[in-house]
Write a protein that binds this ligand. Structure first.
Ligand code: SF4
Length: 224
């Protein structure tokens, strides 16, 4: 019997232990063993191996052992810069949302101060009107006004053309971020996931799911 892959519903998490193969019958470590076998050799490719190795070293370095126990260190900006340094990257691309221009500006300064060369490109690059992708006046944020469309494919192609070695995504909208990631060549990390309501901290909505957002926990619920 084939089972759906549903790790979020797992009640016997063993994949984090040495008994990783003792999960439930539905565990993809068992049901998707062929895929696991097939993908593992990818980590043997030298470039991928080094990338994965440095990423895991970086992960370790975000924990600090103190006499009283473990504590977390390195906010994400620092984690990102440290990882890029480990990888020996020099040219960093920033794909940012126009609504987060100030944040992108500060990030640029921080990275330049650390010796990186930063190439940054705004989501509105090209100045293409939203009508180009079929939006009608009523689809606009302010009907009747000029509105420039977000242009994530061009953002990606500009960074590809600039041969950035590593990219940082800053606040692109849902969907625009997906298009960017689909078209960009260099590895890209997300520094800021846009959330207009929750101060770009979408996890806050999940943390509030037993309180203010509890109605979302009922099947079929949603906001209009
Ligand atoms: S991999 Fe298996 S053990 Fe790990 S969370 Fe998924 S179902 Fe659970």
């Amino acid at each position: 019997m084939d089972y759906e892959v549903e790790c979020t519903k797992c009640t016997k998490v063993v994949c984090t232990t040495r008994h990783f193969d003792k999960g439930a019958d539905t565990c993809p470590t068992k049901t998707r063993a062929e895929i696991i076998k097939k993908t593992l050799p990818k980590y043997s490719q030298p470039d991928i191996k080094e990338f994965a190795r440095q990423a895991s070293i970086q992960e370790t370095q975000c924990f600090m052992k103190l006499p009283g126990g473990m504590t977390m260190v390195n906010p994400r900006v620092e984690e990102t810069a440290q990882f890029a340094e480990k990888m020996g990257y020099k040219r960093i691309g920033i794909a940012f949302c126009g609504g987060l221009r100030e944040e992108a500006k500060i990030l640029t300064k921080i990275l330049e101060n650390r010796g990186f060369q930063v190439i940054s490109v705004c989501c509105k690059v090209g100045g293409i009107p939203k009508e180009t992708i079929g939006l009608k006046e009523e689809d606009k944020i302010t009907p009747g006004d000029w509105e420039t469309m977000c242009n994530p494919i061009t953002q990606a192609e500009i960074l590809n053309n600039e041969e950035t070695e590593f990219n940082i995504l800053v606040g692109l909208c849902v969907g625009h971020d997906a298009l960017f990631l689909k078209h960009v060549k260099a590895p890209t990390t997300v520094l800021i996931a846009k959330d207009r309501v929750l101060c770009h901290n979408p996890a806050a909505g999940l943390y509030l799911s037993s309180g203010y957002y509890r109605r979302l926990m009922h099947r079929g619920a949603g906001y209009p």
